[in-house]
Ligand binder design. Structure first.
Ligand SMILES: [Zn+2]
Length: 692
């Protein structure tokens, strides 16, 4: 999905896509979540040959890592995320299959649309039979590109159906006036996952660039382009994408909310890229009259303008055809030969997976992408108990109280900044489980016979919904994730934390498990999201979600000094082979992990005041069980290809460092396991980092 780059998540996105909006309240007939027999702390996952004070991740997860093989269709497998996701996939398939077969539950709101979309996706024979005819019809339109004006028309037509060549336009809250929704023009239009893949010159990347050009040529040939022309077009496409990449900012630069906020209005767009007819573009999108805009990367528009003047029409045609083809292949809306070719490239370069994901799993992701809140509402009614919502609310309150006490205690804040921080904390909004109102999908027309047509219709519906928000009052009820998603996020513009039903399940939250373990797992997730409001990015926004500096200068520099410590700490860690963790890219997440654990531990301790101590858990004291519960929720096996990709693109650190990194900074951990000061898991003196 397209989401504000400022929204920060708990983990790399696994369950794909999410689209959100108003509708009607959830019914309260939820059945209880199915009981999970897995123990809260699992001794069989440990590696007793490793000392907890030497490498806690290896200690807590070593047994599990040794016996866990990553399934062939996966690039990563985690004890928590993957288990819940696989369970959810089956639940969601059951719902969609019943809808497709007409065995609908009258309480569900859009069973026919869900069923038709699902059936179109699952109809592999039909997709083979249709061949490239759907694609060819769309390609024929793109052949009309002969100058900038006709190019603009076709770019608008593609953007309108959710394919984003050249750049992207989406709605977002105005960073400096969070009550307003504006349009944001963003750098984009690349096919490889990051600009660096076009720009780096190390041998591995040079090899990848060559493989990419060959892959594009093979895909074009599959679509009927004669081989020689396909090779020529692939080179031209690569050259154009490389020119776009050169003018893009890095992911680290894109984390800077001040730098990426450039209110320009329509007149500013016309000034920065005068050769692009913006008014015609907006009319082509079906949204003429939009005037409120910000640009994330001003120099990118300048490059675009230059390319409009010097790129021949045949290169634009080839590029637009390729973007459409690449999108449809990723969606598996074309014959098998295309998705197999794509899988071979992706697997070798980025994932290491051995097999394509089974069709049905892909179709669950696709249906969630198209009708996420329709399927999500049905999921919530069947599988998410009201109890989960109530206990999470209590937990959140406990963590927020711990943060309030912590803000009062940190020695490096002055009274003025402390007051503003408390004000921000008091205004943090929480969304738990699922939206209060559900998206209205009434206007979405699903085509049961053409999967590609259904996908484009769903994307067109979403793009229109998104752009329609520009210039209207903000809907504070909107969610940026669907309920089954095993993830969570903090959104600085809303100053809110969001916990979808998917993450409120074992092993993150286990009903009946000792409090110590639940605080270590889901409690840390809550603390992590709350700390995002005060990480290096979140701290730049005030209580109302505005990009306003509310820090007195001395306190601000002290924060920066503390953040720099975290950056140094993580920059020293190895992500995979010879690739180091990017301490700048992962800074916000690492601050959130560090703060999240501290808050969750403090909240747990506070929750026990006046109560007898909890009994030991699998031989661990409750304090130890807190840390084991935390670590085991993050046990993750990952293929080296994906580990390399993530090191470059994922703002989260690898699982091992999400455990060993923050724990080695926490005296609470050292005390729980009586670690000598000289242990690898103890950072002390000037090496020890603490932000919150
Ligand atoms: Zn996060």
């Amino acid at each position: 999905m397209r989401r504000s780059p400022l929204v920060v998540t708990l983990a790399a996105l696994a369950l794909s896509a999410c689209r959100t909006a108003p509708g009607r309240p959830a019914t309260s007939t939820a059945q209880p979540a199915p009981a999970q027999p897995a123990p809260a702390v699992d001794p069989s996952m440990l590696d007793a040959s490793v000392k907890p004070c030497d490498d806690f991740y290896a200690y807590a997860c070593g047994g599990w890592l040794a016996r866990t093989a990553i399934p062939p269709d996966k690039a990563v497998w985690s004890h928590s995320f993957s288990l819940i996701e696989e369970r959810n996939l089956k639940y969601l398939r059951d719902i969609a299959e019943q809808d497709a077969a007409g065995r609908i539950d009258p309480a569900d709101r859009y069973p026919a649309k869900v069923g038709d979309f699902w059936a179109a996706c699952m109809d592999e024979e039909g997709i083979e039979r249709r061949g490239t005819s759907d694609l060819a019809a769309l390609w024929a339109q793109l052949d009309r590109v002969s100058d900038v004006r006709s190019l603009t028309r076709e770019v608008a037509a593609l953007h309108r159906v959710g394919v984003f060549p050249i750049f992207a336009l989406e709605s977002d809250q105005d960073a400096k006036d969070a009550t307003q929704v504006i349009g944001v023009v963003e750098q984009g239009g690349l096919s490889l996952p990051d600009r660096d893949y076009y720009l780096n010159t190390d041998p591995r990347t040079i090899e990848l660039q060559k493989a990419y050009r060959e892959y594009v040529a093979r895909m074009l040939a599959l679509a009927g382009v004669p081989a020689e022309r396909a090779a020529r077009e692939a080179a031209a496409i690569y050259g154009l994408e490389r020119s776009l990449a050169e003018a893009q900012w890095t992911r680290v630069e894109m984390r800077d909310p001040k730098r990426t906020y450039n209110r320009v209005e329509l007149a500013g767009l016309e000034r920065d890229a005068p050769h692009f007819p913006w008014k015609e573009y907006l009319a082509g999108l079906g949204h003429p009259g939009l005037t409120a805009f910000s640009v994330t990367t001003p120099k990118y528009l300048a490059r675009l303008d230059e390319l409009l003047q010097r790129t021949p029409p045949e290169t634009w045609r080839a590029y637009l055809r390729w973007r459409l083809l690449a999108t449809a292949a990723a969606e598996r809306a074309l014959p098998r030969a295309f998705s197999e070719e794509r899988f071979a490239f992706q697997s070798k370069q980025f994932t290491g997976a051995k097999e394509q994901e089974p069709r049905w799993k892909h179709c669950v992701h696709a249906t969630l992408g198209a009708l996420g809140e329709a399927l999500g509402q049905a999921y919530v009614r069947r599988y998410f108990g009201a109890e989960g919502k109530a206990s999470t609310r209590k937990l959140v309150a406990g963590i927020e109280e711990a943060m309030a006490r912590n803000l009062d205690a940190v020695p490096w804040m002055d009274a003025a900044t402390r007051r503003r921080a408390q004000e921000k904390l008091a205004r943090v909004d929480n969304k738990i489980g699922y939206p209060d109102t559900w998206r209205d999908y009434g206007a979405l027309q699903v085509d049961r016979h053409s999967f590609l047509a259904s996908l484009r219709a769903a994307d067109a519906f979403e793009v229109n919904r998104d752009l329609s928000k520009i210039g209207k009052p903000l809907d504070r009820g909107e969610w940026h994730m669907v309920p089954p998603q095993v993830n969570a996020y903090y959104n600085p513009s809303m100053n809110e934390m969001v916990f979808p039903a998917g993450v409120l399940q074992p092993p993150f939250y286990t009903r009946g498990a000792p409090d110590a373990v639940n605080y270590g797992a889901i409690g840390m997730v809550v603390g992590h999201e709350l700390t995002h409001g005060f990480d290096d990015q979140g701290r730049q926004f005030d209580a109302r979600g505005n990009l306003v500096d509310w820090w007195t200068p001395g306190v601000g520099s002290e924060f920066d000094r503390r953040a720099a410590c975290v950056e140094r700490q993580y920059s020293g860690y190895v992500a995979v082979d010879d690739v180091k963790v990017d301490g700048k890219l992962t800074l916000g997440e690492n601050i959130a992990d560090l703060g999240g654990l501290k808050l969750a531990f403090a909240a747990y301790q506070a929750s026990r005041v006046g109560k007898p101590p909890e009994p030991p858990v699998a031989g661990f004291t409750p304090q130890q069980a807190f840390f084991v519960g935390y670590a085991q929720a993050w046990c993750t096996a990952i293929r080296p290809e994906l580990a390399r990709l993530r090191a470059r693109t994922d703002p989260h650190s690898p699982a091992r460092w999400r455990v060993d990194g923050p724990l080695s900074d926490l005296p609470q951990f050292r005390e729980a396991f009586s670690c000598p000061v000289s242990s690898p898991m103890v950072r002390s003196g000037g090496d020890r980092c603490e932000v919150w």
